[in-house]
Design a protein around this ligand. Structure first.
Ligand SMILES: C[S@@+](CC[C@H](N)C(=O)[O-])C[C@H]1O[C@@H](n2cnc3c(N)ncnc32)[C@H](O)[C@@H]1O
Length: 265
């Protein structure tokens, strides 16, 4: 395995979503609160060997990796990230600085390779899917989960649509993210020859005080200065959106959370 954390000027580690940002840990916690129960439900459907070797790529603040180490006693849970600062003190997991876009693992290293809210942000996402499959042992599972913002573009509300489109554009320009990619995930696993491919898509809304709503608001707040700097939104748009979200009459579908998993035979 090689580890070369050598990232260019742009991309995730320099963006408004990166870990050095003051609000980042709190924002990652909102993501975990929204999506951990969904990821855990997927793992609870998988038949895994005793003491499985599990890789969580781009593990962020590590709540899922921590849960995996408790869920599978004796498992070898490896949590990787380009920035491992939030993973340091989690017991029961092995932490590795690793760039998923470029760094490898030896073939057949793991019983599960999992990545959540990572591939949508990597321009190398298609190649990574192919490489990650080689890291699996026979019978091993690839579990990919990602967020699509497609529902937010279907809104009839012009302000919400403008803010949603600006967020998608910002992610695309500053990181190279594709926030509509996740909807095709199951096909992408099938196209790579995985067996027993299954998927589940769940809707997250804003305006309803749900965990998804809190995650959306926290990410939009963190993006605010970059949205203004690039001229994608005005302060009036951000203020208007905050007022709209607080209006009890406003509840809209904002995102889908797609989980897709398949097995190497
Ligand atoms: C949106 S967060 C998701 C964190 C975690 N997977 C979760 O769902 O709670 C994306 C994470 O991917 C990491 N990341 C971004 N680019 C990466 C890369 N090239 N290799 C590994 N991790 C990366 C970021 O540092 C961040 O922790």
């Amino acid at each position: 395995m090689s580890t070369t954390i050598d990232l260019d000027e742009h991309g995730y580690s320099r963006s408004y979503l990166a870990d050095q940002h003051a609000g980042q840990l709190a924002r990652l916690r909102t993501l975990e609160r929204a999506f951990d129960p969904l990821s855990q439900a997927v793992f609870n459907q998988l038949a895994l060997p005793d003491k499985p070797a599990i890789l969580d790529l781009g593990a962020g603040a590590g709540s899922l990796a921590a849960w995996l180490s408790r869920r599978y006693p004796g498992a070898n849970v490896t949590a990787t990230d380009i920035d491992t600062r939030f993973l340091a003190d989690i017991p029961g997991i092995e932490v590795l600085a690793h760039n998923a876009a470029t760094d490898d693992f030896p073939p057949a290293s793991f019983d599960v390779v999992h990545a959540r809210a990572l591939l949508c942000h990597l321009t190398e996402r298609e190649a990574l899917l192919t490489r990650a499959i080689t890291w699996l042992r026979p019978g091993g599972w690839l579990v990919i989960e990602d967020v699509s913002l497609e529902p937010s573009l279907r809104t009839a509300n012009p302000l919400f649509r403008k803010v949603a489109q600006a967020g998608i554009t910002l992610l695309e320009r500053s990181i190279g993210s594709d926030m509509l990619w996740a909807t095709q995930l199951p096909c992408r696993l099938r196209d790579r020859g995985l067996a027993n491919v299954r998927h589940r898509t769940l809707e997250g809304r804003i305006g309803d005080n749900s965990p998804a709503d809190t995650f959306w608001a926290s990410t939009t707040a963190q993006a605010g200065p970059a949205l203004l700097k690039l001229g994608l939104l005005e302060q009036d748009d951000l203020d208007g959106m905050a007022t709209l979200r607080a209006d009890p009459a406003f509840i809209e579908s904002a995102l889908t959370f797609v989980s897709a998993w398949g097995q190497v035979l």
